[in-house]
Design a protein around this ligand. Structure first.
Ligand code: SF4
Ligand code: SF4
Length: 92
């Protein structure tokens, strides 16, 4: 099991021009703009779990990215909403 980043689409402000996480992610073809939905999107097969995207998104006060556990087979272990609630609780 390991952690990958996941974007909470409702909180992402990419439609207003934010590209911070996309600029800072050190992995190629990992974090990109989904131009159909106009939200940032993580390719979980490429994510190395460094959390840099979480740091920059939180620094800009968007808090639209959470880390989520993935099973050995590469499947997300929980729904995005669950970890979002958990993330908010941690941030107090
Ligand atoms: S930094 Fe946050 S708000 Fe900005 S594009 Fe990335 S996920 Fe969306
Ligand atoms: S955790 Fe690191 S590798 Fe994964 S999407 Fe965020 S910045 Fe990219």
């Amino acid at each position: 099991m390991y952690n990958v980043a996941q974007v909470i689409e409702e909180k992402c402000v990419a439609k207003k021009g934010c590209r911070l996480c996309i600029m800072y992610c050190p992995e190629a073809n990992c974090l990109d703009l989904n131009s159909a939905k106009m939200v940032a999107e993580v390719n979980i097969d490429r994510c190395k779990g460094c959390e840099l995207c979480v740091v920059v998104c939180n620094a800009a006060k968007h808090q639209a990215i959470v880390m989520q556990a993935v099973s050995a087979s590469g499947k997300l272990m929980s729904e995005k909403g669950e970890s979002a609630a958990l993330g908010q609780a941690y941030q107090g």
